[in-house]
Design a binder for this molecule. Structure first.
Ligand code: IPE
Ligand code: IPE
Ligand code: MG
Length: 247
């Protein structure tokens, strides 16, 4: 399937809402946590294929601000899985020149998770291939609220004036500062919603929904999403005729 790809039209940034772990486990008559434990293969395959086709940024929604409201047992299990998988994946990231980063309210994570994440970020910080952003304790509204606080503080302290507030300045105060908006968003498990992910950044993103539950997601599913993306016309408010008559 890879040979069908248009190499000149690979999204630079793909974002994924990794959903359906609980239902995957329940279909097998297992506890929800079993689904989270089986999510790692899908993460690995997504990272591998992203590297293979030359994606620059991959943002993975792993834990939302709202997910803190889940049963405490499930939250604890998710944090454990997070710590273990980060530790396990660092050597592969080093071999493949992958940089790990994160977006979200990292300080709200358990101290042990923060430490592992920090360590992995530092170790991989000089890698220049794919950057993987883990969205942890993240939500779009949290991020915008946070950006607003930072900007207002600068205004109050006289570092900037109100007239300097524009879209670029707002983007520069988000956690994704300096990263191009995703061209493609994938959500698994058949849910047709954004669930508070990257609200600002998704303004013109192509959305792709699949029924596949996250633990079953494989390289070919990501390729299918990219092929679907490549068949679309991105108009950004213009007309087809304008798009077709490139100067
Ligand atoms: C996604 O799977 C993982 C997280 C949100 C942490 P879910 O746990 O939401 O699985 P479903 O949607 O209940 O099947
Ligand atoms: C979105 O999934 C968050 C993550 C994948 C981390 P949820 O399962 O939490 O979303 P809702 O609650 O069904 O919208
Ligand atoms: Mg879900």
């Amino acid at each position: 399937m890879k040979e069908l790809l248009d190499r000149n039209n690979i999204p630079q940034h793909i974002a994924i809402i990794m959903d359906g772990n609980g239902r995957w486990a329940q279909k097998k008559g297992a506890m929800r946590i079993f689904g989270h434990r089986n999510a790692l293969t899908a993460v690995r395959e997504s990272i591998e294929i992203a590297v293979e086709i030359g994606v620059k940024y991959l943002t993975l929604y792993a834990f939302s601000t709202e997910n803190w409201a889940r049963p405490q047992d499930e939250v604890n299990a998710l944090m454990d899985i997070l710590i273990n998988s980060i530790t396990d994946e660092v050597p592969t990231m080093m071999t493949n020149n992958i940089r790990l980063s994160s977006i979200g309210d990292i300080q709200s994570l358990p101290v042990s998770a923060q430490a592992k994440l920090q360590e992995a970020k530092e170790l991989t910080s000089h890698n220049t291939g794919l950057t993987v952003f883990l969205a942890l304790s993240y939500s779009g509204r949290w991020e915008i609220e946070n950006a607003l606080k930072k900007i207002v503080k600068k205004v109050v302290e006289g570092q900037i004036n109100i007239e300097q507030i524009n879209q670029q300045l707002i983007a520069d105060h988000l956690d994704t500062k300096g990263v191009p908006d995703p061209e493609l968003l994938i959500r698994t498990s058949g849910e047709l919603r954004i669930s508070n992910f990257l609200l600002w950044q998704l303004a013109y993103t192509e959305l792709y929904f699949t029924e596949i539950l996250w633990p079953d997601f494989r390289k070919e599913h990501l390729l299918e999403a990219v092929l679907d993306y490549q068949r679309r016309e991105r108009r950004f408010g213009k007309t087809t005729a304008q798009i077709k008559s490139k100067p």
